[in-house]
Design a protein around this ligand. Structure first.
Ligand code: DC
Length: 222
């Protein structure tokens, strides 16, 4: 049986960074499930398919191939054989991804792929519905919280480093809107699993969050 750690949290809560660091320390494989929804959104955008056009989305889902490949310290995301690791993280995708990820057929396609990834290997999977839907029986469930303002501040700083031109207010608005869609959607809404442990990263440094989560995991493993 594999050991599964589910980390759910909103955009900008530090999930990605923290998951990578914890996985490295503990020897786990990581899966960034948001990247899979981003890849679906990107393919739809590339093909000019709106989130309202379910027939066309169904066709896209029939043939879509999303893969993760390790490259040194990084995990690259491939969409139909092409490296889209950067293309899935633009403000354009940020703005539309929650619409595509709320679609039932999209989640029905992606969720089984995620479950399969946890069948034979110890993993830390991060997303929004990992502890509630993908792995309701995960060995450890973490709910990573962080205030909206701090999350927007972090994303704004990241964007600046990437040369993305968005004001703090624009980032904040976009995050607020996306969060609303994620918590209010009908299928797999973003909610805390009743048995998840909350870690609030608002006033903690990255090493502090990593240490807190590693302690929770180690306690469970022993
Ligand atoms: O974590 P992220 O910002 O890269 O996620 C991208 C989008 O995918 C976001 O709108 C939430 C959605 N998502 C989801 O619905 N379920 C997941 N398990 C992971 C992400």
């Amino acid at each position: 049986m594999s050991f599964i750690v589910a980390i759910d949290g909103p955009a900008g809560s530090g999930k990605g960074t923290i998951t990578k660091l914890v996985a490295k320390d503990l020897g786990f494989i990581t899966v960034d499930t948001g990247a899979m929804y981003r890849a679906v959104a990107l393919e739809c955008i590339n093909q000019g398919v709106s989130y309202t056009d379910l027939d066309k989305i169904e066709k896209i889902l029939e043939n879509i191939k999303i893969e993760f490949k390790k490259s040194g310290e990084n995990q690259l995301v491939f969409l139909n054989g092409k490296n889209v690791s950067e293309a899935i993280r633009t403000p354009e995708i940020d703005d539309v991804v929650a619409k595509y990820s709320a679609i039932k057929i999209v989640r029905e396609k992606v969720t089984p792929i995620q479950r399969k990834m946890g069948e034979h290997q110890d993993i830390i999977m991060e997303g929004r519905d990992i502890g509630t839907v993908v792995f309701p029986n995960a060995n450890v469930k973490i709910f990573l919280e962080c205030s909206l303002e701090e999350r927007a501040r972090r994303r704004y700083k990241q964007n600046l480093q990437k040369g993305i031109d968005e004001t703090y207010e624009e980032v904040l608005e976009s995050m607020k809107e996306r969060h609303k869609l994620e918590v209010e959607r009908e299928i797999s809404p973003f909610v805390k699993a009743t048995d998840a442990i909350t870690v609030d990263s608002t006033n903690l440094t990255i090493p502090e969050v990593v240490e807190t989560i590693e302690k929770i995991i180690r306690d469970k493993m022993n």
